[in-house]
Write a protein that binds this ligand. Structure first.
Ligand code: FAD
Length: 640
């Protein structure tokens, strides 16, 4: 939904809109006015922060120079918002796309494959790679016949998944589906095939992973089933670098020297409000901006590295914590000579252990780097965490035991080992997001939703492609476009889908300037209205309190007329609430929740009152016999 909304942010040219890449003078004026206004308010473009360092002022601060941060910055720059500042904690750009030298070869410790190639749609990362002439190799994943059986179950899972309601209410884990088919892997062979099919892609086991959101996977559905392994001296990161140099200044050696990119700046605090934000870094600098875009990983957001002031609303924190940051580790081993099989269909080999996920997937580099004598073994999840905490020599010993059990005692000892540690790294806290069971559209939309002038991006916010480089790239564009619209219109609205599928089917979006209103039909509490966020000046939902009980039939709190009329009709019919009380007397808890309201409404803005009204009206119209009423109201109240 967000993606659909985002795509429609810009008016089409033939509708009298603006071409996407160029903003008219008027728009520049708007920006300039806002900036000057801001500067006047702040007493000039630079001033002393409370910490003593010079406080710079800018339009948008982007936190993180990974693929999504750079893609967002470029989108802003292309749209005329050139007054940006990128703050990156490490001393390089690229984030989780990173190469290093191992045994004199460039190996990718982070993202390695361009996933989803040669499909109906062009993967934008593949397009960039082609333009740059990146050295890539198609990975052939066909292993043995044992995989076929797993693929049959997978295809059944795809069919089943497509029958589930869009809200995710009936989602199940991949394991649950296997259980339904009576196909739970139990032998070492079945377990390694299962691992290869799921854990190797999602870095978490199938009992954790949502069937509905990963089977089928939009990346392969949209962009094609092929995956290409990047093996280029310049590194996969050269795609990010190339993107950055399209809008950042470089010197004659091609090094980025633009002051709008600041490396080694660890953001420790973000103070935000409806007027803008102040960002503090660990070297006691502070920066002021109209907007802040946070592109750090969801693992970092789940940690306490960055303090948000005020603290993020509860609904946001819950959504962030519900999503998973998975861990995927590629361990590299160098040998004096080759002892493994190679040739067609022999790029990968699997180790079938009784211990699921124990040094399971091996790959050689004979195609990419003939004679390199390097093996790469991938571990995930708990094994990754365990291995990250032990020293390299222990890991080498374990890996050698596994190889000897596969190829015999006479194989040579590895001469070198490289173990990347993404989970322990406080700037990443894992490898990529995985969609777990229990997270539906409602939570997912909440992860991306802005709060006042604080916006979020990163692979974990990608509508369809979370976890991937192309997801990070597209999410950056989406989030930047939200900010551009906010600058242009003075506000930005986001719709967060309701949790219940019946609501999805039955609510009808009104043309009114904000809000979604219901058709005049049976209206149950489970049909919670969507939460509308981001209206300039409107509070995040966490600030909304239920007020006095009941809903008034006479147009409460400036609620739109249509809704007010609907309530009047209901009141007359005796449905829902009458004269400020709830008819569902049986359900005392609902009444208590609604009645236990604070007296805050007086000081509220019109938008705040309207939000209160939406929530309260839903509560008022609960059906007395609906056993789920209490639970749903309770859940909604706890959420706000
Ligand atoms: C081991 C591994 C294998 C992978 N394999 C693939 C693959 O084969 N194919 C694929 O498509 N994807 C793969 N991925 C995923 C892919 O790398 C990511 O989805 C993508 O790079 C994420 O980009 P991002 O911009 O969202 O986040 P990031 O790259 O994490 O960028 C965020 C940036 O924020 C910075 N930051 C963090 N905290 C702060 C702070 N406090 N202050 C300032 N800056 C901060 C970080 O240093 C980082 O540079 C893999 C990832 C890993 C780790």
């Amino acid at each position: 939904m967000l993606r659909e909304l985002n795509q429609s942010f810009w008016p089409k040219k033939d509708e009298g809109g603006l071409p996407r890449k160029m903003l008219p003078g008027a728009y520049h004026h708007l920006l300039q006015d806002r900036q000057e206004e801001g500067e006047r308010e702040r007493g000039g473009g630079r001033r002393e922060s409370s910490l003593g360092a010079a406080m710079d002022s800018t339009s948008v601060i982007i936190i993180g120079a990974g693929m999504s941060g750079i893609s967002a910055a470029k989108t802003l720059s292309d749209a005329g918002v050139k007054d940006i500042l990128i703050l990156e904690a490490t001393n390089r750009i690229g984030g989780r796309i990173r190469n290093t030298y191992f045994a004199d070869l460039s190996v990718e410790t982070g993202a390695n494959w361009i996933e989803g190639v040669h499909g109906e749609e062009q993967n934008p990362i593949w397009e960039m790679a082609q333009q740059l002439g990146l050295r890539t190799f198609r990975s052939d994943y066909t292993v043995e016949a044992a995989i076929d059986e797993s693929e049959k179950i997978h295809s059944l899972g795809e069919k089943y998944s497509k029958t589930l309601p869009p809200s995710g209410r009936n989602d199940i884990s991949i394991s649950t589906f296997q259980r339904l088919e009576n196909k739970i892997p139990s032998t070492p062979l079945e377990m390694i095939v299962d691992y290869y099919s799921y854990d190797y892609e999602f870095a978490e086991p199938p009992r954790v992973t949502s069937l509905q959101n990963t089977v089928p996977l939009p990346t392969f559905d949209d962009f094609g089933d092929n995956v290409y392994f990047v093996a280029d001296e310049r590194g996969y990161k050269s795609l990010v670098y190339n993107l950055a140099t399209m809008f950042l200044k470089t010197n004659s050696q091609g090094v980025i020297v633009d002051p709008r990119l600041q490396l080694g700046k660890v953001v420790t605090e973000i103070q935000y409000s409806g007027d803008g934000a102040t960002v503090s870094t660990d070297d006691t600098s502070s920066y002021r901006a109209d907007f802040v875009l946070v592109s750090v990983s969801i693992g970092v957001l789940q940690s306490d590295l960055i303090k948000f002031n005020p603290v993020l609303p509860k609904w946001k924190i819950l959504a962030l914590y519900e999503f998973d940051m998975a861990v995927y580790t590629k361990i590299f081993l160098k040998f004096p000579f080759k002892f493994w099989p190679d040739g067609d269909d022999r790029e990968f080999f699997l180790y079938a252990s009784k211990r699921r996920g124990y040094y399971p997937v091996w790959q050689h580099f004979e195609k990419q780097y003939p004679g390199a004598n390097i093996l790469m073994v991938t571990v995930t999840d708990e094994e990754s965490r365990r291995i990250e905490q032990q020293d390299e020599s222990t890991t080498k010993t374990e890996a050698m035991e596994v190889l000897r059990s596969m190829f015999g005692k006479d194989i040579p000892q590895a001469t070198d080992i490289l173990v990347p540690r993404w989970w322990s790294n406080k700037f990443f806290r894992g490898s990529f997001s995985n969609w777990p069971l229990g997270v539906n559209r409602h939570e997912f939309d909440s992860i991306k939703a802005p709060i006042k002038r604080l916006y979020f991006t990163g692979e974990h916010t990608s509508e369809h492609y979370n976890g991937y480089v192309h997801g990070a790239y597209l999410a950056g564009i989406d989030s930047a476009n939200m900010i551009i619209q906010h600058i242009r219109d003075g506000f930005f609205e986001v719709e967060i889908k309701p949790k219940d599928s019946r609501a999805e089917m039955e609510y009808k979006e009104d043309d009114h300037d904000h809000g979604c209103f219901y058709e005049d039909q049976q209206f149950w509490i489970t049909q919670m209205p969507p939460i509308i966020l981001g209206k300039e000046g409107a509070p995040p939902t966490s600030n909304i309190f239920m007020d006095s009980p009941g809903c008034k039939a006479d147009g409460p709190h400036g609620a739109p007329e249509a809704t007010s009329k609907l309530l009047q009709r209901r009141s007359k019919k005796g449905e829902g609430c009458e004269g400020g009380s709830i008819t569902s007397k049986e359900d005392r808890d609902v009444k208590v929740i609604v009645a236990a309201a604070s007296k805050r409404e007086k000081g509220m803005t019109r938008e705040q009152q309207h939000q209160v009204f939406i929530i309260r009206s839903a509560a008022c119209h609960s059906h007395p016999n609906d056993s789920r009423t209490k639970e749903n109201v309770g859940r909604h109240v706890s959420m706000i």
